[in-house]
Design a protein around this ligand. Structure first.
Ligand code: ADP
Ligand code: MG
Length: 447
């Protein structure tokens, strides 16, 4: 019986548990650009927060998109309804991750270019808190002690939890829990667990719930306090809800609306969710827009703008027509992006022409934005992934920086940069993150 049990366990483990994929060696990253990315993070936090508080900006920026993109349109309607009813909670909690690639310049230098900012369910803060030790160990075993000592400490899990804990504390009820709103079956559970453990260390109770749990057992009391399964929720930390398929029924949308209406602190709230859309990213790159958010801080504007790649509107009109012509003439220089998250949605190369030929005369094109394609210098490494052959590949990396902020009414209580993430993929793949099975976890080795 024991043998049988062990066999069952092995089958169970084989099917369900595997290591998070990682690179054999850390990837060289120029120190100056790395520090630049860390330094701009608190400004990005402020920017996201300001956008979320600016209904007129959001409405104007997203007008053409919501007319054709049902998902963004639906989110926008929730946002409008909350504005109409009045926000019930003045505590705001933001956990962001701004992602960059290093564009290779002719002069041999590289320049930091933002790929996107994630304001919703930005992941890998947990796992990237563990990867420094992996590379330290490998480098020591490979006889490269000096390099092993240069692997940076990194603990985004602690920093993210610190912000969640602050929001929980401000909410002010010891019995209330932090609810992680998660998927039905969550492949990336361990990433979330590290944040949960950091909260438990501070005696803050956490619960994992799905949309179905909220649909079936969630309610608001007369003070709009959110209860799920009899327990009061202080903070809803969304790790699910950013894709259309996360809302399979009307009930799921109703659950989202109920959480947004509630007194619980939402991470993110609906307007911060919208602030993270790719359309907003494109509008921010238009001349004069950043200045409106930082009227008396030209240096902040400059610091943020330095990280922008070329971003182009596809709105109806001469400017959008110009974008279409530009993309059709040189599709390999661009990425066409719909308003989606989670990897695998972007369009590259000749497919850009196919898609644009189909929509270029109609408002459908406004569901997309166009972006300059970033060309990082490839670096050789070995990607260690379950069941994948062991081989050296040409790799490209993407640097993420975690930022957290907490605001109560007009007071910014916290605004910090709390760590980084380096993801590396084979240069054959133009798209896709770790969860999509393309990229793997890595560490920067500053050079
Ligand atoms: P998602 O919300 O799906 O993560 P991203 O904008 O981050 O969307 O794009 C997904 C992936 O596509 C990125 O991780 C990156 O590998 C690649 N990518 C996106 N934009 C660019 C770009 N401008 N240049 C080169 N690669 C890009
Ligand atoms: Mg991304």
């Amino acid at each position: 019986r024991v043998t049988k049990w062990l066999q069952d366990q092995r089958v169970f483990l084989k099917n369900l548990v595997t290591y998070a994929p990682f690179t054999l060696f850390p990837t060289p990253v120029p120190k100056a650009v790395f520090l630049q990315a860390l330094a701009v993070q608190t400004h990005y936090n402020t920017l996201v927060d300001k956008i979320s508080q600016d209904p007129d900006f959001l409405e104007e920026a997203l007008a053409s998109t919501i007319a054709v993109d049902d998902f963004t349109g639906r989110l926008f309607r929730i946002h409008q309804q909350i504005l109409k009813e009045g926000r019930s909670q003045s505590i705001v909690l933001g956990l962001n991750r701004s992602d960059y690639m290093l564009d290779q310049r002719n002069n041999g230098l590289s320049s930091l270019k933002q790929i996107e900012i994630n304001t919703f369910a930005a992941s890998f803060g947990g796992l990237s808190s563990r990867t420094p030790d992996v590379h330290r160990q490998i480098l020591k075993m490979a006889g490269r002690l000096e390099e092993s000592q240069r692997i940076l400490d990194n603990d985004p899990a602690a920093g993210l939890a610190r912000a969640v804990a602050k929001a929980w504390e401000l909410y002010g009820s010891e019995r209330a829990v932090v609810m992680f709103l998660v998927e039905e079956s969550q492949r990336n559970i361990f990433d979330q667990r590290y944040i949960e453990y950091e909260l438990w260390k501070r005696n803050i109770p956490t619960k994992r719930k799905r949309f179905d749990d909220v649909c079936e057992k969630g309610s608001l009391d007369q003070d709009k306090r959110l209860f799920v399964d009899g327990q009061e929720v202080a903070v809803v930390y969304f790790r699910n809800g950013y894709m259309p398929q996360n809302y399979p029924s009307e009930k799921t949308w109703e659950a989202r609306l109920m959480m947004e209406r509630s007194l619980a602190v939402k991470c993110p709230d609906i307007s911060t969710h919208l602030a993270g859309t790719k359309k907003v990213q494109q509008v921010l790159a238009k001349p004069g827009v950043l200045e409106k958010f930082f009227p008396d801080k030209p240096q902040v504007v400059e610091q943020i703008r330095a990280t922008f790649a070329g971003l182009y509107t596809l709105d109806i009109g001469p400017e959008g027509d110009k974008t279409v012509a530009m993309a059709l003439a040189a599709p390999d220089q661009f990425v066409l992006k719909p308003q989606r998250e989670g990897g695998g949605n972007n369009i590259y190369g000749s497919e850009i022409c196919q898609v644009l030929q189909g929509v270029k005369e109609s408002t459908e094109r406004t569901a997309y934005i166009l972006m300059d394609k970033i060309h990082p210098a490839p670096v050789q490494n070995c990607l260690l992934r379950r069941d994948a052959p062991l081989q050296i590949s040409n790799c490209l990396s993407e640097l993420g920086v975690f930022g957290v902020y907490v605001r109560q009414g007009k007071d910014t209580v916290m605004n910090d940069c709390v760590g980084h993430l380096l993801r590396t993929k084979s240069s054959e793949h133009s798209d896709g993150g770790v969860a999509a099975g393309v990229a793997v976890l890595d560490n920067p080795l500053l050079v």
